[in-house]
Design a protein around this ligand. Structure first.
Ligand SMILES: [Ca+2]
Ligand SMILES: [Ca+2]
Ligand SMILES: [Ca+2]
Ligand SMILES: [Ca+2]
Length: 424
């Protein structure tokens, strides 16, 4: 089929038929296994019609087919490639369209489940997230069409000759067909870089690359005695600033990296704790917690407001330096500690009591640990700041070894911070 066909006919089948596909609902268990993907996402695939002839199935289309057939037993494969001399213009002739055999009369719930999975909004608020990550250009099913190049229109009547009641047609753009979109190629996580907080004047100095130089972003935000924290408080993919006031146990969070008033302020825990931050529950939003150095306990909260801890447990000896990160890329931030006495890190993949999943020495004793996804692969790893040299030393894996990035930044004696300040 061609886009001319789609756009050229009027909506004879509008009305009742349009209700058969419900978009935006939560996928059911039958959908193919998901992946933990970050906030960065592909744009919508524009319309690029067939213009050459090479019916070899393209790898992104073939693997998509295999995923759906494995997830939905009883459905079938009605083909990717099509000979050049059969019918009119079609992405099938370029091996970048697939017809998934499902029956609208007996298997409509199956098709709808897969389509809802593809068109659901993700935890970062990205609409039609998986359709974009697979690079889908349009979908035809049961007398309706969804076009990535007109996404706000939603499902519209399709009045081509074939009603598509015995198969779902998927057409892919070239990036999706060639496995260059984020589902296949990654690139959906932003890169963490470092910064420092200067307590004497409550200023932040943030850098967007792993290198020395002047600050990319500088502003005042804080208060006397405050401890800096950073997180993606609003799930937009950008890390922004916050601070903890030890004297009264309050958190003050801001959604932009600039001077101004906090968007959110609340009290959590007793005074004089050590603040931590992370996405403990994999909803895309960073929330806070505190480490009690006197008892060695971690106390985590899943919402940005006052209330009791949602999770409390002890990990490690007392008087350690807490660290946080998604060490295993399951979407959940978990905890760890740095022992300043011997320069060892002890990291755990779950937020409960138990032993370390990773324990190793990195750097000299007495450093200030930092953590971030320095290489944007979805896994947080460690680093340290040497307050006497102003040196940052970042490592991409959680084990002993040398840093991948070493540079000096700022005047020394600062409090290091890390995050994806520019969503890139
Ligand atoms: Ca944010
Ligand atoms: Ca969260
Ligand atoms: Ca994790
Ligand atoms: Ca990483």
């Amino acid at each position: 089929m061609t886009t001319k066909t789609i756009l050229g006919r009027s909506g004879v089948f509008a009305g009742a038929v349009l209700a058969t596909v419900v978009t935006g609902a939560q996928p059911v268990q039958a959908a193919p296994p998901g992946k933990n993907l970050g906030p960065l996402i592909d744009g919508y695939q524009s319309y690029v019609g067939q213009s050459t002839c090479d019916a070899t199935p393209k790898p992104g289309v073939a693997e998509f087919r295999d995923m759906l057939l494995a997830a939905y037993p009883g459905t079938g494969d009605s083909g990717i490639g099509r000979a050049c001399n059969v019918g009119g213009q079609s992405e099938h002739k370029e091996g970048r369209a697939w017809d998934w055999r499902v029956s609208a009369t007996s298997q409509g719930h199956i098709a709808n489940d897969a389509l809802n999975w593809l068109l659901a909004t993700d935890k970062f608020g990205n609409k039609h997230a998986l359709a974009r990550r697979f690079g889908i250009m349009y979908i035809i099913w049961n007398r309706q069409v969804w076009r990535a190049y007109d996404p706000d229109a939603g499902w519209r009547p399709y009045t081509g000759e074939n009603p598509h009641t015995d198969h779902v047609h998927f057409s892919f753009g070239w990036p999706g067909a060639n496995k260059q979109t984020t589902w296949w190629a990654g690139g959906s996580f932003g890169k963490s870089t470092v910064g420092y907080y200067q307590p004497s004047n409550s200023t932040w100095h943030l850098r967007n690359t792993h290198s020395g130089g002047s600050s990319d972003i500088t502003f005042a935000y804080g208060a006397a005695g405050a401890k800096p924290i950073a997180g993606d408080w609003n799930a937009d993919g950008k890390t922004t600033v916050g601070y903890y006031q030890p004297s009264n146990g309050t958190f003050h969070l801001r959604n932009s990296n600039s001077a101004g008033a906090p968007e959110v302020s609340f009290q959590f825990g007793p005074p004089n704790m050590v603040p931590i931050a992370g996405d403990w529950n994999n909803d895309g939003k960073t929330t806070v917690g505190y480490y009690n150095p006197g008892s060695g306990t971690f106390n985590l909260r899943n919402t940005l407001n006052a209330g009791p801890a949602d999770t409390s447990f002890r990990f490690g000896p007392t008087n350690m330096v807490p660290v946080t990160g998604d060490w295993n890329n399951d979407g959940k931030t978990s905890i760890g500690y740095y022992n300043p006495g011997d320069g060892t890190y002890h990291l755990r993949d779950t937020n409960d009591a138990g032993s370390s999943n990773y324990a190793f020495r990195y750097g000299p004793p007495g450093m200030r640990p930092i953590t971030g996804d320095w290489n944007a692969n979805g896994k947080t790893s460690i680093g340290y700041y040497n307050p006497s040299t102003a040196g940052f030393h970042l490592r991409n894996t959680n084990d002993a070894g040398s840093p991948e990035h070493s540079f000096t930044f700022g005047p020394g004696g600062m409090i290091p911070v890390a995050g994806d300040w520019n969503k890139a």
